[in-house]
Design a protein around this ligand. Structure first.
Ligand code: SF4
Length: 241
């Protein structure tokens, strides 16, 4: 399997409206996003995820995600597992609070002292997971320097996958179709010296299937389009070398 570049970690908070722990998930995720691991994380919007937001689901398919749930119903973790991929890490606020002896989290709109402690503790846990997932272990000092500037900078937009995953726009059965990750797959195949024949196109299609929905009846069209795209890619590469 070609290696997809791992750039960021996605945080999916349940943001439950009914209990204060849901507020904790959202505030902890934002603290990591804007203050503690700025640039290394994005937030993925759970409602959009559930509504079928392809960007969010695609991100979670390619990149590690951390789900943060308010209670044991684990809405964010279950949605991520169901619609995209297994989260790399899952946190449940009621469990964090129990482990740390934080009692009486309350006030959804304006968290009490226990709620604020839970936010800080959860954010620390998330940040630790981010470091581990990105294999960044010795950057705390560097970050301390950066965080002093954070308040003065414009906060980047959130709730967008921003994954940077490349897509190819192919005409398949007369329809312009986005084929997610095809450029990086072709690059990998080309580096391995694989020719642009039908057998390789079949392998490329098999890999592309991991990231794209390929209806059975459209398979011949996908195969032909991918083979042609890969032939053009190899030709262009030869021209450059
Ligand atoms: S995990 Fe719990 S707090 Fe979060 S949305 Fe689901 S039911 Fe609400």
């Amino acid at each position: 399997m070609p290696e997809i570049p791992q750039k960021k970690v996605g945080i999916i908070a349940c943001s439950g409206e009914e209990i204060a722990e849901g507020t904790v998930t959202r505030l902890a995720a934002l603290k990591v996003l804007h203050e503690m691991r700025r640039g290394d994380t994005v937030t993925l919007c759970l409602p959009l995820f559930l509504a079928g937001g392809e960007g969010e689901r695609t991100f979670a398919r390619f990149y590690p995600t951390i789900t943060v749930d308010g209670c044991r119903l684990r809405c964010a973790a279950r949605a991520t597992e169901r619609y995209s991929a297994q989260p790399a890490e899952s946190i449940v606020i009621t469990e964090v609070a129990a482990e740390l002896g934080i009692e009486g989290i309350a006030n959804r709109r304006n968290l009490n002292e226990s709620g604020r402690r839970a936010v800080d503790a959860t954010a620390e846990i998330i940040a630790g997971f981010v470091d581990r997932l990105l294999e960044k272990k010795d950057l705390d000092q560097e970050r301390d320097g950066e965080s002093a500037q954070v308040g003065a900078q414009t906060t980047p937009g959130t709730c967008s996958c921003g994954s940077g995953i490349q897509v190819s726009n192919l005409e398949i059965d007369g329809k312009l179709t986005k084929v997610i990750a095809l450029p990086i797959l072709m690059e990998q195949f080309n580096m391995e010296g694989r020719p642009a024949d039908q057998a390789v196109a079949i392998d490329l299609l098999a890999q592309a299937r991991v990231y794209n929905k390929v209806p059975l009846e459209s398979e011949p069209g996908w195969l032909a389009a991918i083979q042609q795209e890969y032939a053009s890619y190899c030709c262009a590469k030869r021209g450059k070398s």
